[in-house]
Design a binder for this molecule. Structure first.
Ligand SMILES: [Zn+2]
Ligand SMILES: [Zn+2]
Length: 162
């Protein structure tokens, strides 16, 4: 199985070691990708545990699991990742900007977010995010271009993830 994060690598070689075997991530982008893959494979505990401590108080594994169960994740696009080494040296948060496509209650959504990451106890954690855009996408016919902007036909692109 290909990794849900879109790396074109096998899940076992990409995000699974982080999600299932607690291998530490090397960068905020890796954490972003593995959290997306955890949503896609409905591993709510990993998502909870990779929140920063201050954000965990507003979350519960049950709520995350419920949201994940109702949602089909279709595609992740990473637009930008800050220089996390420099961020660490300056004692500032790291950022990753991404778009995610998902289906929820029968509708396809695109959301774009700038996520903030902090280092806690030597590990990168997800602090919070600013959603800059969230919109509905039309579901294309099988031979029409996919909504994700890949320039591929829908049937050869995100249709595979439904
Ligand atoms: Zn991956
Ligand atoms: Zn697509």
């Amino acid at each position: 199985m290909l990794c849900p994060c879109g790396s074109e690598q096998a899940y076992t070689e990409c995000c699974q070691p982080f999600v299932m075997a607690s291998k530490p991530v090397n960068s905020p982008e890796q954490l972003m990708r593995s959290r997306y893959s955890a949503y896609a494979s409905k591993q709510a505990e990993y998502i909870y545990l990779t929140y920063a401590k201050s954000s965990q108080v507003e979350q519960s594994v049950e709520d995350i699991a419920q949201w994940a169960a109702q949602t089909t994740w279709l595609k992740l696009i990473i637009h930008y990742a800050s220089d996390h080494q420099k961020n660490l040296a300056r004692n500032e948060n790291a950022q990753v900007e991404f778009s995610a496509f998902y289906q929820h209650n029968g509708q396809i959504w695109q959301m774009r977010e700038i996520s903030n990451f902090v280092m806690e106890d030597g590990k990168w954690r997800y602090l919070d995010g600013d959603v800059s855009d969230s919109k509905l996408c039309n579901k294309p016919k099988r031979n029409e271009l996919c909504f994700c902007g890949s320039n591929k036909k829908f049937k050869q692109c995100c249709a595979k993830n439904f």
